[in-house]
Design a protein around this ligand. Structure first.
Ligand code: GLU
Length: 276
């Protein structure tokens, strides 16, 4: 019996890609008699619009899903802080005052999330009056954990490869935790046993697996599902013109029927399911 979750960020309306993701997570839990959780990931200070959470709930209801909502990330800051402290005590985090411009000027290689931090602040003392992010010393962390693996239900056993990200930010300058730290801690706290999300977050799991080992957290399984793509083969995005579920609702579309169509792979015109 699995516990799965749908963890949207309230920084834009949900679209068909989110509907698909929520349905996959919901059905995987339901089919085995498990639990499906909704967690609002609302710690992105600048972009977060808390009022969207109510719209998300209406969207899920419209799709005919049942869920249990767990506390939003904004109520869990103390746990992120405690974990960061634990990593600092292990000597695994270092302060970084670099701006994006400085990092780009160092000609970094590209990783799954953009430029890989070239270690400018590693081992140097930084001006404590400057706002600093905290980065994970990935080599040091791996020296402590040894090589790790994780299990994706679709793609099979994966060797964890967090090095491709370099020293990721775990505590942002403007925010108590990065996505990687917050989501990993929350999944453990919420008892999630099967982390379901889109293939776009497949690489992030390498980091999450490392954090689980460092923080002694239970290790779930993962199910990364294919993404819905637009006519140009790009994943649907909040910022592009993907119609929102709220718009479809307002136009009188039947959400339960839509959910059934998504389940059976009957997609609206111009939308396809990615190959990976
Ligand atoms: N909050 C993330 C998003 O909206 C999803 C995180 C996850 O599923 O791990 O893209």
């Amino acid at each position: 019996m699995d516990t799965t979750r749908f963890a949207p960020s309230p920084n834009g309306m949900l679209h068909l890609g989110h509907a698909y993701s929520a349905i996959v997570a919901h059905d995987l839990a339901r089919d085995g008699g498990g639990r499906f959780l909704l967690r609002i990931e609302d710690i992105d200070g600048e972009r977060s619009r808390p009022e969207l959470a109510a719209t998300f709930r209406r969207d899920l209801e419209w799709l005919g899903l049942q869920w249990k909502e767990v506390p939003p990330q904004s109520t869990r800051l103390a746990s992120y802080d405690a974990a960061a402290r634990q990593l600092i005590e292990q000597g695994l985090l270092y302060p970084c005052v670099c701006t994006r411009k400085e990092i780009e000027a160092a000609n970094p290689r590209m990783g799954p999330d953009g430029p890989v931090y070239p270690g400018i602040c590693k081992g140097r003392s930084v001006d404590p009056s400057k706002p600093a992010a905290l980065r994970l010393d990935v080599e040091r962390a791996l020296a402590q954990t040894g090589e790790l693996t994780w299990l994706d239900e679709v793609a099979g056993e994966q060797p964890a490869d967090p090095r491709q990200f370099g020293d990721v930010v775990l505590v942002r300058k403007d925010q108590p935790a990065s996505y990687h730290l917050a989501a990993t801690l929350d999944d453990a706290a919420d008892g999630v046993t099967l982390v379901t999300r889109g293939m776009d977050l497949f690489p992030a799991t390498h980091i999450h697996r490392l954090l689980q080992a460092l923080l002694d957290l239970p290790v779930p399984r993962w199910h990364h599902h294919k993404l819905l793509l637009d006519e140009a083969g790009r994943k649907l995005a909040k910022r592009r013109d993907s119609p929102s579920l709220a718009d479809m609702r307002d136009q009188g579309m039947d959400g339960i029927e839509l959910a059934e169509r998504l389940r059976s792979g009957v997609l609206p015109a111009g939308i396809s399911l990615g190959s990976a």
